[in-house]
Design a protein around this ligand. Structure first.
Ligand code: AHM
Ligand code: MG
Length: 338
């Protein structure tokens, strides 16, 4: 593909599909529908600062409609963009306890969509980047409208994964297992335009690490030792020379790590032994993208993509980013608990 051409995300998705003989278009349609939902959410996120003036969540806005909280709104937009298309058998969302059925009045399809509609939503009020994360699997159960086993497949089985970062610009990044591609939303024409083809995590990477260090005293000794090493406190070879970057918004922290390199960590600790992040909605899609970009993602014991989820909302420790840095962290933590 000629990079000097203007390529919309829809065009790119179709071109990617052509590389898979026998593809029937359903899968491409799901990705295009995700892009559409992302545009709607992006528009609303950009209006967030005006909420106080135009109406607050739980109140009525100027059009006399109930104003929703943005994470509820995002959840709704994605569900409504997807429920009637006949491509999905069910969905799962970080916002909803049980799996989300496709209404009986609509046809059911062969794919499953799992998503975190608006991650980092505590950052909305302070104008810090937030994001949407998603993964697509093929249905494996015999159930017409999907079953739990369709939603808790190991990440290795993902057909596609992506995220949208609502930052200084809105970007959608996705993979179908054929590299990682990034698109920037041009709000004036309402199109995601290919801006970052074939993203590779730089190696050698930026020497930067990203972790909520305020939890240091809750960490296991090996985890503390790892961060001491990054900070240059142990004086061993390779120790120090890092800077620290932590937004506290997973998509933003991951996006920087993907483009610049570095190491993102959300370990387990004495209060939350499995950490905070969700395996199915957050870790798996980002792990697929990281691997496709030449990076790595583990839970400190094994590759994230090889973990068999036990439940929809299971949490997992996460070490993700440039391969050389994840290798180093994994080496120090394996067998010790994260
Ligand atoms: P959320 O699902 O409530 O939005 O929380 C997820 C967010 C992630 O974006 C981020 O990586 C993490 O919480 C930050 O947590 P902490 O404040 O413990 O560092
Ligand atoms: Mg989340």
């Amino acid at each position: 593909m000629n990079e000097t051409h203007i390529v919309t995300i829809e065009r790119h998705i179709i071109e990617e599909e052509r590389k898979h003989p026998g593809a029937r278009g359903a899968f491409s349609n799901i990705l295009s529908d995700m892009a559409l939902a992302a545009k709607v959410i992006s528009r609303e996120v950009n209006m967030a600062g005006l909420m106080d003036i135009l109406g607050q969540a739980g109140h009525r806005n100027v059009q006399e409609e109930e104003v929703q909280k943005l994470d509820v709104f995002a959840q709704d937009v994605i569900y409504r963009a997807m429920d009637h298309t006949g491509h999905l058998c069910c969905m799962g969302s970080e916002e909803v306890e049980e799996l989300l059925p496709i209404p009986e009045k609509f046809p059911a399809g062969d794919y499953v969509l799992l998503f975190d509609p608006l991650d980092g939503s505590s950052n909305i009020d302070v104008n810090v980047s937030i994001g949407t994360i998603f993964a697509i699997f093929r249905k494996v159960s015999g159930a017409e409208r999907g079953a739990l086993e369709d939603c808790i497949q190991p990440g290795r089985k993902q057909l596609a994964a992506g995220y949208v970062v609502y930052g200084s610009s809105t970007m959608m990044v996705y993979t179908t297992g054929n590299g990682v591609h990034g698109f920037t939303l041009d709000p004036s024409i309402g199109e995601f335009i290919l801006s970052h083809p074939n993203i590779r995590i730089p190696e050698p990477p930026a020497r930067s690490y990203s972790v909520n260090e305020a939890y240091y005293s809750r960490w296991s000794p090996p985890m503390q030792k790892l961060v001491d090493h990054l900070k240059g406190r142990d004086g061993s070879p390779g120790s120090g020379g890092f800077s620290s970057r932590y937004v506290g918004s997973l998509v933003a922290d991951f996006h920087r790590t993907l483009l610049r390199g570095g190491l993102f960590m959300y370990p387990g600790d004495s209060v939350n032994p499995e950490g905070k992040l969700r395996l199915v909605y957050e870790a798996n899609p980002l792990a697929f993208i990281a691997e496709q970009a030449g990076g790595r993602a583990t839970d400190g014991e094994q590759e994230i993509l090889d973990v068999q989820p036990q439940g929809l909302h299971q949490r997992t420790p996460l070490f993700i980013g440039a391969r050389s840095l994840v290798d180093m962290a994994h080496e120090q933590l394996k067998g010790h608990g994260s």
